[in-house]
Every structure is written in structure tokens, then in C-alpha cells.
Design a protein around this ligand. Structure first.
Ligand code: ZN
Length: 202
């Protein structure tokens, strides 16, 4: 029973000498270039042409408000101001609109030049208002207060459409019924609307 008194404490020195337990750290080194990963490599969505146009139109309108005398802010903006804006754009128009007294009134293809004014084509204005109306919504405007959806704007556009149809001798009726009509020359001049933004204060 006393044989157990034989201790084996002769190797404590060895155990302390082998601190090779540090291999838990021997993991894979962390990615050193973690800081670079913040740059987005692929844009989520490329904005469409419509979205681009809408943004430009919106910027143009906001600039118009800033240059307005007296100054106008977006919440103050009414349908009447939108009409003002549309008439302002007419000076950049490229569509000949014959006046009543012009001998070419109602002629789609006038045989000679005339001094009638150039205006924004109805189709351009109609599309523009649609984009601005959407942009107003997207910028937090209240739908019931959207000046681009105001009744007076709708009436104005209808008026412009009817008059331009008569003056130019073209029809803006829905095309789905009679697709035989030669297109009423879509001289869309919305592109210059945006370019006019930089020259508002002449
Ligand atoms: Zn004319």
C-alpha cells in the first residue's frame, strides 16, 4: 500500500518549458484590404432616359423658382405659377404656330416662311408636365397640392393642344383609332428646355 508513495515529480520543469500552445493564433490572417471594400463596384440600377429627363426638368423648374421675382418656394407654387413657367418656356420653342391672320393658318406644310412665333409643341409640354408631376410627388409634395396636376394646368394644356392642332393643321387625336395618319411631325423640343436652364437670366 505504500508503493504509491513514489512520486513522479521530476518533470515539472519540462511542462513549463513548452509554451507552444500559442498555435491557436495561427489562424489565417485577416483580409488586409478591408478598407477598399467600401467602393461600390456595380451601380444598382442605371437610371433610364425618362428618369434622367425628369431630373433635368425638375432642376430646371427649381431654378426657375429661384430666379422668380418675387421669389417663389415650392410649397407656395400653384397651378398659376406652372402656367407662368410654361409660357416662359415658349420663348425657347421651335414649333411654328400660325396665328389666325396668317394665310398659312391650318396648313400642315406651309409653302413659304411666315413671321408667326415659334412655341413649345403641345406634345412637349404635355410630357413635361407629366414628368414634373411625378417628380413633385417624389420630392415629398402632397398629392392633393400638386400644382402640376391642377385643373387650370389641364385646361391650359387642352387649350394649347386644340389651338395648335388647328393652327398647324394636324390632329392630336388618339392614334389607336386611325393609325393611317402620317405622324403630326413630332418636333419634340424638350431637349432644349433643359439647356435653357443655364440661360434663364438673359
Ligand atoms: Zn404663319
Amino acid at each position: 500500500m505504500d508503493l504509491v508513495s513514489n512520486p513522479i515529480p521530476n518533470n515539472p520543469s519540462i511542462t513549463l518549458e513548452t509554451p507552444i500552445i500559442t498555435n491557436t493564433r495561427a489562424m489565417i490572417s485577416p483580409p488586409p484590404s478591408s478598407a477598399i471594400s467600401t467602393t461600390p463596384t456595380t451601380p444598382p440600377t442605371t437610371p433610364s432616359r425618362y428618369e434622367n429627363q425628369k431630373r433635368r426638368d425638375w432642376n430646371t423648374f427649381c431654378q426657375y423658382l429661384r430666379n422668380h421675382r418675387p421669389p417663389l418656394s415650392l410649397p407656395m407654387c400653384s397651378g398659376a405659377h406652372v402656367l407662368e413657367f410654361l409660357r416662359y418656356l415658349d420663348q425657347f420653342g421651335k414649333t411654328k404656330i400660325h396665328i389666325h391672320n396668317c394665310p398659312f393658318f391650318g396648313l400642315p406644310n406651309p409653302p413659304a416662311p411666315c413671321p408667326c412665333p415659334l412655341r413649345q409643341a403641345w406634345g412637349s409640354l404635355d410630357a413635361l408636365i407629366g414628368r414634373l408631376r411625378a417628380a413633385y410627388d417624389e420630392h415629398g409634395g402632397k398629392p392633393e397640392g400638386n400644382p402640376f396636376g391642377a385643373r387650370v394646368v389641364r385646361l391650359y394644356l387642352r387649350e394649347v393642344r386644340d389651338f395648335q392642332a388647328k393652327a398647324r393643321g394636324v390632329s392630336y387625336e388618339k392614334k389607336r383609332k386611325r393609325p393611317n395618319n402620317n405622324n403630326p411631325k413630332s418636333s419634340m423640343s424638350t431637349a432644349m428646355i433643359t439647356s435653357s436652364a443655364s440661360t434663364t437670366t438673359s
